[in-house]
Structures are given as C-alpha cells and as structure tokens.
Design a protein around this ligand. Structure first.
Ligand SMILES: Nc1ncnc2c1ncn2[C@@H]1O[C@H](COP(=O)(O)OP(=O)(O)OP(=O)(O)O)[C@@H](O)[C@H]1O
Ligand SMILES: [Mg+2]
Length: 387
C-alpha cells in the first residue's frame, strides 16, 4: 500500500469493517464498564418524572461543549436565555450556533422514529447545525490544518460519488448484524465518518450528534442525554491525535479505548448531574412550600425546572394558571429567592439561577436555600436560656 500523505486526498481510505481485530481483551473490558455506566444513566433518566427537564437541559450542555470544540464559545446561561425567549434573534452568533446544535440533536433523535440513521440523516443534522443546506461535498479543497503550526494534518477523500460510496459502506457498518459491541461500533464509525469528512464544515459536530443517535438506536439510552463532548473537549488534543493515528498507523485500539473510556466517564458524570438536579427539585419544592405556599404547585415547579428562563406566558400555555395568577406565582417565587426577574425586551423573563448554576458547573452539588428558622427554633431563640 502506498504511504499515506496528509497533504493528498485520502481516496484510499479503507472501507469498514477495519482489517484488524478491534475487540481486543482490553477494549472488551472497558466496554463492560461503559455498558454498566450507561445502564445506570438510562435508569436514572427513566426514574425522572419530569422527562421534559432532561430533554431541555442536558442537550444544551452537549451543544455548548461540542460547539466549543469548534471554538464557538458561549455560556449555559446565554443558551438558556435565548432558548427561553423562544427565538435566537437577540443572541450572539456563538449562542445561535450552539442552539442550532441542540436543535440538530433533538431533530436527529426524532428522525430515528421515522427513518433509520443514514447519510441523509447526517446531511440534515449538518444543515441544521450550519443553518444552511449542507450536502455531501462536490468540490475538492477541504483540508484539516493544525491551528498552531498551520501544517496540513489530513486531506479527506474527494469526488462526490466516491464520498457517497464510502458513506454507504459506513451506513452498512452502522446497521450490520455482526455481533460487534455497540460501543466499539460507535467508536469505529465515528472515526470513519470523520475520515470521510463528507461536508465542507461541521463534520466534527455532525459526527458527535451521530454518536448520541447511535446509542439511542442501539437502545443503550432512551434520550440524547449523554454529554460525551465534555470528555472530548477536556481531551481535545488526544482526540485529534488518536484519530490521526488510526489513519497513519491503523491504531484502532487506542482510539476505541479512548472513546469507550469517554462514554463510561461521561455517563457516570451525567448520572450524577441528573441526581443532583432531581435533588434540587425536591429541595426547591420543600422551600416553596415554606416560603411561597401560594405558589406551591408541582406543575409550576416542574415548569421552572424544564425552562430555566420562564415567562408568564409559559405558565399560561402549560395550563397552570391564567395570566394574572401566573404573574402572582412567578413573583412569589422571586420573593422566595428562587427566581430572578429580568427585563429582557418584549416580555419579562424569570431566571432560575440555582438551576442554571448547577447545570453549567462541573460540580454536581449545590448550596441549599436558606430557610427561616422553624417556628420552634424561633420560639427557642426568644426564650432566655435557663442555667
Ligand atoms: N486527523 C484527523 N483525521 C480525521 N478527522 C479529524 C482529524 N482531526 C480532526 N478530525 C475531525 O474533524 C473535525 C473538524 O472538522 P470540521 O471543521 O468539519 O467540523 P466542525 O464541526 O466544524 O468542527 P469541530 O469538530 O472542531 O467542532 C474534528 O472535530 C474531528 O472530529
Ligand atoms: Mg469547522
């Protein structure tokens, strides 16, 4: 085989499956651990009654991290604010782009109900992410360059029909009934997708959305909530390096181990995030029952956990109360220190800072709200201590 040249289109990219054993002993051991971690995540998600909370909150985190890999840097807060206002009109460009990613993740997830995952799914995901119609590349000129040295690290294959043939091989591999561990399949197909690099831009992000969809297709998760891009961004240099080593050295094992380890690690982290959000929701319900008993409605608490930026109209649209009562509810929650009223253009928004902080932070703990001393404690405080 001629030596691979990073500056030449890699039209000789080998088809799948890989020509070497990919399920080594070390890989399979990691798969067992990752499958257990995913099982726990699936269970934790299943236990949450407020499923809208999971689907609204966690994909935003994935969108933020996956977009940051492309240097599109925004904050969880800005993302929720823009998502809460129902439009992206006033958001900065990075926030708009990350929101499009989260929409692509959701659309991709919904599309699995109607169509099996395919090249077309990838085109649709990439189009949503980029905000313009994206099709498989028809023109040459796409290259991957090391941003520090400007050296060309990889030139993907060229020629639309070759790219489509390669994608159809990728598709067959994704759906093959060959007994391969689904996590190994995910890692292998992610490399191959990136190596084909079907689009002029957005390949990394599209590939990372596809990772989430593969887990759902294989029944390992019920919702697209694994926050794998957290691991990738924390280990970005290794991610690029290991992709490169599959191409240069056929080193599949290191790549697969990296991805499977990432799945295990982020599954555990995501589970503990879900547990923390659930604990905060129980705690908040308790605080409301004491500090804002007039707004002690479980549908309302569910709503402010689904929409960390909430409007009066949201309360009305969710059938919780009419406008005037809805406004009283939200203001009571402001007085109780749970929501914060913001004047953001057309309509007032009520932010939920403790939830936003918990979601955006690395830590999976939160400081509880301060509660007034109980009646008994208050009474005791006023009683002179007997000696
Ligand atoms: N040596 C390599 N071989 C194959 N694929 C690579 C290599 N280095 C990086 N990649 C992939 O290419 C992606 C970048 O491609 P592209 O710019 O089209 O995607 P993006 O979504 O716009 O960017 P990003 O992935 O940085 O968010 C990387 O995320 C990675 O998945
Ligand atoms: Mg790019």
């Amino acid at each position: 085989m001629p030596a691979w040249n990073p500056a030449e289109p890699y039209n000789l990219l080998p088809p799948l499956p890989p020509g070497v054993e990919v399920e080594t002993h070390g890989v399979l051991k990691l798969c067992i651990d990752a499958r257990a971690a995913l099982g726990e995540l699936k269970q934790a998600a299943h236990r949450i009654q407020n499923q809208g909370m999971l689907i609204n909150l966690l994909p935003i985190l994935e969108a933020k991290a996956s977009s940051a890999i492309e240097n599109i840097v925004t904050t969880t807060d800005a993302l929720f604010a823009a998502a809460g206002s129902g439009g992206e009109d006033h958001a900065d460009p990075a926030t708009k782009e990350a929101l499009r990613y989260s929409r692509a993740l959701r659309q991709g997830y919904l599309s699995l109900r109607d169509h099996p995952l395919s090249t077309r799914t990838a085109e649709q995901i990439c189009s949503t992410i980029k905000g313009v119609e994206m099709r498989v590349r028809t023109v040459p000129g796409t290259q991957l360059v090391n941003s520090a040295t400007n050296a060309i690290v990889y030139t993907p294959p060229i020629g639309e029909s070759l790219l489509r043939d390669m994608l159809s091989n990728w598709e067959q591999f994704v759906h093959a009934n060959d007994g391969l561990d689904p996590l190994v399949r995910l890692a292998v197909s992610h490399y191959q997708f990136e190596a084909i690099h079907p689009f002029t831009d957005g390949n990394g992000r599209t590939g990372r959305v596809l990772n989430s969809l593969l887990l759902i297709k294989d029944g390992l998760l019920g919702l697209p909530i694994l926050y794998l891009s957290r691991f990738i961004i924390a280990n970005r240099a290794e991610y690029y390096d290991l992709l490169q080593k599959v191409t240069g050295d056929q080193n599949w094992e290191a790549w697969i181990k990296f991805i499977v380890r990432g799945i295990a690690e982020t599954a555990r982290w995501t589970t503990s995030k879900i547990d923390a959000i659930q604990e905060l929701s129980v705690h908040t319900k308790h605080v409301i029952s004491i500090k804002a008993p007039n707004a002690d409605r479980s549908e309302l608490v569910d709503l402010i956990f689904r929409k960390p930026y909430c409007r009066i109209a949201d309360v009305v649209e969710n059938g919780i109360a009419r406008r005037q009562t809805a406004s009283i509810y939200l203001r009571s929650l402001v007085d109780a220190g749970i929501l914060m009223e913001l004047d953001m253009g057309r309509e007032k928004q009520f932010a939920h800072p403790k939830l936003i902080d918990l979601i955006g932070s690395e830590s999976n703990t939160f400081a509880p709200y301060e509660l007034p001393a109980t009646a008994l404690e208050q009474a005791m405080a006023g009683t002179p201590t007997q000696v």
